[in-house]
Design a protein around this ligand. Structure first.
Ligand code: HEC
Length: 146
Protein backbone atom coordinates (compact mmCIF):
# COMPACT_ATOMS: atom_id res chain seq x y z
CA UNK A 1 0.00 0.00 0.00
CA UNK A 2 2.85 2.33 0.82
CA UNK A 3 4.25 1.64 -2.65
CA UNK A 4 0.95 2.54 -4.25
CA UNK A 5 0.73 5.80 -2.30
CA UNK A 6 4.29 6.75 -3.23
CA UNK A 7 3.66 6.00 -6.88
CA UNK A 8 0.56 8.11 -6.92
CA UNK A 9 2.34 10.99 -5.23
CA UNK A 10 5.07 10.71 -7.86
CA UNK A 11 2.49 10.80 -10.62
CA UNK A 12 0.71 13.78 -9.20
CA UNK A 13 3.92 15.71 -8.82
CA UNK A 14 4.90 14.91 -12.40
CA UNK A 15 1.44 15.86 -13.53
CA UNK A 16 1.44 19.21 -11.74
CA UNK A 17 2.23 22.29 -13.76
CA UNK A 18 0.96 24.53 -16.50
CA UNK A 19 -1.93 23.47 -18.70
CA UNK A 20 -0.24 24.56 -21.92
CA UNK A 21 3.19 24.57 -23.47
CA UNK A 22 5.59 26.98 -21.88
CA UNK A 23 5.04 30.63 -22.42
CA UNK A 24 7.49 32.20 -24.81
CA UNK A 25 8.12 29.11 -26.92
CA UNK A 26 8.53 30.30 -30.51
CA UNK A 27 9.71 27.24 -32.44
CA UNK A 28 6.47 25.57 -33.64
CA UNK A 29 8.05 22.10 -33.66
CA UNK A 30 9.10 22.50 -30.02
CA UNK A 31 5.66 23.87 -29.13
CA UNK A 32 4.01 20.80 -30.65
CA UNK A 33 6.08 18.40 -28.58
CA UNK A 34 5.41 20.46 -25.46
CA UNK A 35 1.68 20.41 -26.21
CA UNK A 36 1.91 16.63 -26.57
CA UNK A 37 3.60 16.40 -23.15
CA UNK A 38 0.83 18.60 -21.72
CA UNK A 39 -1.78 16.21 -23.14
CA UNK A 40 0.11 13.35 -21.52
CA UNK A 41 0.22 15.31 -18.28
CA UNK A 42 -3.55 15.98 -18.39
CA UNK A 43 -4.47 12.33 -19.02
CA UNK A 44 -2.08 11.20 -16.29
CA UNK A 45 -3.56 13.77 -13.89
CA UNK A 46 -7.08 12.45 -14.57
CA UNK A 47 -5.95 8.91 -13.79
CA UNK A 48 -3.79 9.98 -10.85
CA UNK A 49 -6.60 12.01 -9.27
CA UNK A 50 -8.88 8.96 -9.41
CA UNK A 51 -6.21 6.61 -8.14
CA UNK A 52 -5.44 8.98 -5.28
CA UNK A 53 -9.09 9.46 -4.33
CA UNK A 54 -9.13 13.14 -5.27
CA UNK A 55 -11.93 12.38 -7.71
CA UNK A 56 -14.38 9.48 -7.71
CA UNK A 57 -13.39 6.39 -9.68
CA UNK A 58 -15.25 6.30 -12.99
CA UNK A 59 -14.39 3.42 -15.30
CA UNK A 60 -15.62 5.24 -18.42
CA UNK A 61 -13.60 8.38 -17.72
CA UNK A 62 -10.61 6.23 -16.79
CA UNK A 63 -10.86 4.34 -20.08
CA UNK A 64 -10.97 7.61 -22.00
CA UNK A 65 -7.94 8.98 -20.16
CA UNK A 66 -6.02 5.72 -20.52
CA UNK A 67 -6.67 5.67 -24.26
CA UNK A 68 -5.67 9.34 -24.59
CA UNK A 69 -2.48 8.63 -22.68
CA UNK A 70 -1.56 5.59 -24.77
CA UNK A 71 -2.28 7.40 -28.05
CA UNK A 72 -0.30 10.47 -26.99
CA UNK A 73 2.58 8.31 -25.80
CA UNK A 74 2.57 6.68 -29.22
CA UNK A 75 3.19 10.14 -30.74
CA UNK A 76 6.30 10.94 -28.69
CA UNK A 77 8.82 9.45 -31.11
CA UNK A 78 7.45 11.23 -34.17
CA UNK A 79 7.10 14.59 -32.38
CA UNK A 80 10.63 14.50 -30.98
CA UNK A 81 12.38 13.14 -34.07
CA UNK A 82 13.26 16.54 -35.58
CA UNK A 83 16.25 17.96 -33.71
CA UNK A 84 14.78 21.37 -32.96
CA UNK A 85 15.58 23.71 -30.13
CA UNK A 86 14.09 26.74 -28.44
CA UNK A 87 15.43 28.92 -25.62
CA UNK A 88 12.72 27.59 -23.27
CA UNK A 89 13.03 23.92 -24.32
CA UNK A 90 14.12 21.36 -21.75
CA UNK A 91 14.94 18.75 -24.36
CA UNK A 92 18.42 17.35 -23.69
CA UNK A 93 20.85 16.83 -26.60
CA UNK A 94 20.93 13.13 -25.61
CA UNK A 95 17.50 12.73 -27.24
CA UNK A 96 19.14 12.95 -30.65
CA UNK A 97 22.53 11.43 -29.88
CA UNK A 98 20.72 8.39 -28.45
CA UNK A 99 17.41 8.33 -30.27
CA UNK A 100 17.14 4.55 -29.87
CA UNK A 101 17.32 4.93 -26.09
CA UNK A 102 14.79 7.75 -26.19
CA UNK A 103 12.49 5.60 -28.36
CA UNK A 104 12.64 2.73 -25.91
CA UNK A 105 11.64 5.07 -23.04
CA UNK A 106 8.71 6.28 -25.14
CA UNK A 107 7.71 2.67 -25.79
CA UNK A 108 7.98 2.06 -22.06
CA UNK A 109 5.25 4.63 -21.48
CA UNK A 110 3.03 3.14 -24.21
CA UNK A 111 3.39 -0.30 -22.60
CA UNK A 112 2.73 1.04 -19.08
CA UNK A 113 -0.32 3.01 -20.24
CA UNK A 114 -1.79 0.07 -22.14
CA UNK A 115 -1.28 -2.21 -19.14
CA UNK A 116 -3.33 -0.09 -16.73
CA UNK A 117 -6.44 -2.00 -15.67
CA UNK A 118 -9.13 0.67 -15.62
CA UNK A 119 -11.98 -1.68 -14.76
CA UNK A 120 -11.49 -1.19 -11.02
CA UNK A 121 -9.99 1.36 -8.65
CA UNK A 122 -7.53 -1.23 -7.34
CA UNK A 123 -6.43 -2.01 -10.89
CA UNK A 124 -5.95 1.65 -11.66
CA UNK A 125 -3.94 2.19 -8.50
CA UNK A 126 -1.75 -0.80 -9.25
CA UNK A 127 -1.02 0.42 -12.77
CA UNK A 128 -0.10 4.02 -12.02
CA UNK A 129 3.28 3.22 -10.54
CA UNK A 130 4.59 1.98 -13.86
CA UNK A 131 3.17 5.01 -15.65
CA UNK A 132 4.88 7.41 -13.25
CA UNK A 133 8.05 5.37 -13.48
CA UNK A 134 8.01 5.66 -17.28
CA UNK A 135 7.72 9.46 -17.11
CA UNK A 136 10.54 9.64 -14.61
CA UNK A 137 12.83 7.27 -16.50
CA UNK A 138 12.65 9.39 -19.63
CA UNK A 139 12.77 12.77 -17.91
CA UNK A 140 15.85 11.80 -15.92
CA UNK A 141 17.73 10.83 -19.04
CA UNK A 142 16.39 13.21 -21.67
CA UNK A 143 14.85 16.26 -20.03
CA UNK A 144 17.44 18.73 -18.89
CA UNK A 145 16.74 21.73 -16.73
CA UNK A 146 18.25 24.77 -18.36
C1 HEC B 1 10.33 9.24 -24.01
C2 HEC B 1 10.58 10.35 -23.15
C3 HEC B 1 9.49 10.94 -22.30
C4 HEC B 1 8.46 10.31 -21.63
C5 HEC B 1 8.14 8.82 -21.58
C6 HEC B 1 7.73 11.34 -20.95
N1 HEC B 1 8.26 12.58 -21.21
FE1 HEC B 1 7.57 14.36 -20.58
N2 HEC B 1 9.07 15.33 -21.55
C7 HEC B 1 10.09 14.71 -22.24
C8 HEC B 1 11.02 15.72 -22.74
C9 HEC B 1 12.27 15.45 -23.54
C10 HEC B 1 10.52 16.96 -22.33
C11 HEC B 1 11.11 18.36 -22.64
C12 HEC B 1 10.59 18.84 -23.99
C13 HEC B 1 11.09 20.22 -24.37
O1 HEC B 1 11.07 21.13 -23.50
O2 HEC B 1 11.49 20.41 -25.53
C14 HEC B 1 9.29 16.69 -21.58
C15 HEC B 1 8.48 17.66 -21.02
C16 HEC B 1 7.34 17.41 -20.27
C17 HEC B 1 6.48 18.43 -19.71
C18 HEC B 1 6.66 19.94 -19.89
C19 HEC B 1 6.01 20.38 -21.21
C20 HEC B 1 6.13 21.87 -21.45
O3 HEC B 1 5.10 22.54 -21.67
O4 HEC B 1 7.26 22.40 -21.44
C21 HEC B 1 5.49 17.78 -19.00
C22 HEC B 1 4.34 18.43 -18.24
C23 HEC B 1 5.73 16.36 -19.14
N3 HEC B 1 6.86 16.17 -19.93
C24 HEC B 1 4.95 15.38 -18.54
C25 HEC B 1 5.16 14.00 -18.72
C26 HEC B 1 4.38 12.98 -18.04
C27 HEC B 1 3.27 13.25 -17.02
C28 HEC B 1 4.85 11.78 -18.51
C29 HEC B 1 4.40 10.39 -18.15
C30 HEC B 1 2.99 10.08 -18.11
C31 HEC B 1 5.92 12.06 -19.46
N4 HEC B 1 6.08 13.42 -19.55
C32 HEC B 1 6.63 11.10 -20.15
C33 HEC B 1 10.23 13.37 -22.45
C34 HEC B 1 9.37 12.37 -22.00
Amino acid sequence: MKYVTTSIALCLSLAAGAAFAKEGVTNPVVKERMDLMQMIRAATATLGDMAGGKTAFDATAATTAKTALAVAAGQIVVKFQPQEDDPVSEGAPAIWTDFAGFTSKAEGLVTAAEAVDVTSLAGLQAGMGAVGGACKACHEAYRAKK
